[in-house]
Design a protein around this ligand. Structure first.
Ligand code: MRU
Length: 407
């Protein structure tokens, strides 16, 4: 570690002409809100400058919101998909006359399975969505096998779909404590020097049902007085870092420093960073981890600087069916998304009204654009994987994980 300046003196930039936000969200931020059979999501494409909740009234609208990234983050998309099924079934139960598929268990299954399959096609990499749809299919199968009447079968399914969204927050808090305490014990911060972390993408309340995964761990460190600063990459090209993580950390009043994605090496050379803490979209059986593009870069440079890399993700992100990261499907986003920067017009007009804009940062008609949404960090570069059941580290001399104790 080549420390030039102590991390506590990391520069902060105060904006001489700050953008005025249309609506100010109060902590904690939320991605989904529900009331009976009504679902609303915050349109994350408009954040951080405009806070607008949009209604979701069908599984098609949920599918579209996930595909177009109005909602994103592995646990949040699984929650919305499940809730949209719950909404569909709740409304079906209230329909008079009852729709035909409610006549028998097999009819329900024949009707619901294609809906689950359809929801699964919205985004391919995050396995939480696949785990949610598989779990709901299983719940349905078990209810039918138990001889439940059609209404009870549907009610059981609705309850389970809602549970998928609800149980997220509790396990995030459990992971934060497991991982946070583990890190504190490893770093042993003094009363003068607390922990500096780097994170990638957005893994907080906006990416989950609340509290967050990696950002949950960071929040926990802050809550127990052990965090100095949370550094985060802008996370190009979608800017989940500069748009969403920045907003979450600001809202939670957690001291933070934003860096451009290209500055990870420089940060590690000049500041004392104790850990890279990231979320995950899919973890293979051996611990290889798909997460937001740029995570692998950060892990490679972290290895050079002997900085531990900690992955924080619920068990639903672990895919025991695949042996290694080579089998993880990596989503390629539309090329245009890598050619645009979205945000608010700056400086704002005198009225202070926020004007949303997309700016093309390439020549038009550019061909040959590589735009994978995720990369895979090999287990070898990961120091610890934290789930709600605990912290897994590799055995001495091993390059892969045995995840069985924590899944
Ligand atoms: O493309 P996104 O924004 O859905 O990607 C999100 C991430 O990669 C997160 O790091 C991951 O889902 C973990 S979130 C709790």
């Amino acid at each position: 570690m080549h420390v030039i300046t102590p991390a506590t003196t990391a520069p902060t930039v105060s904006d001489p002409n700050p953008i005025v936000t249309a609506t100010t969200m109060t902590a904690p931020l939320i991605s989904i809100r529900t009331n009976d059979d009504n679902i609303e999501i915050v349109d994350q494409l408009l954040l951080p400058h405009i806070t607008e909740f949009i209604p979701i009234n069908s599984v098609e609208e949920a599918h579209d919101a996930i595909k177009t990234m109005k909602i994103r983050g592995a646990p949040a998309i699984a929650s919305l998909a499940s809730l949209s099924l719950a909404q569909y079934l709740t409304r079906a139960l209230r329909q008079v006359p009852a729709p035909e598929f409610l006549l028998s268990g097999p009819a329900i299954q024949a009707h619901v399975q294609p809906i689950l399959d359809y929801l699964l096609t919205s985004r391919p990499t995050a396995v939480n969505l696949g785990n949610a749809t598989k779990r709901l299919a299983k719940t349905l199968e078990v209810s039918i096998a138990a001889g439940q009447d059609p209404t009870t079968i549907v009610q059981t399914l609705i309850a389970d779909a809602k549970l998928i969204a609800d149980e997220d927050v509790g396990r995030n808090k459990a992971m934060a404590k497991w991982g946070g305490d583990w890190l504190v014990n490893r770093v042993k911060p003094s009363s003068k020097n607390t922990i500096n972390v780097l994170t990638v993408c957005n893994t907080g309340s906006l990416a989950t049902s609340g509290y967050g995964t990696a950002l949950g761990l960071i929040t926990y460190l802050h809550e127990i007085g052990q965090l100095n600063k949370a550094h985060f990459t802008q996370t190009t090209p979608y800017h989940q870092g500069s748009r969403l993580t920045a907003l979450e950390l600001k809202t939670l009043q957690i001291p933070s420093v934003m860096i451009c994605d290209t500055m990870v090496g420089s940060l590690f050379q000049h500041y004392d960073i104790h850990a890279v803490v990231v979320g995950a979209d899919r973890i293979a059986r051996n611990g290889d981890t798909a997460n937001k593009i740029g995570t692998y870069n950060a892990a490679v440079i972290a290895a050079r600087h002997k900085i531990p890399v900690i992955v924080v993700a619920p068990i639903t992100t672990v895919d025991l069916e695949i042996e290694s990261g080579a089998q993880i499907p990596i989503e390629q986003r539309p090329a245009i998304e890598a050619c645009l920067v979205r945000g608010a017009v700056y400086p704002p007009s005198e009225s202070g009204k926020v004007e949303q804009a997309q700016v093309l940062i390439t020549p038009t008609g550019l061909e040959g654009i590589y735009n994978p949404s995720f990369d895979v960090t090999p287990a070898e570069l990961i120091t610890a994987i934290v789930t709600e059941k605990g912290v897994a580290v590799k055995k001495e001399g091993e390059t892969v994980f045995d995840l069985s104790p924590i899944v």
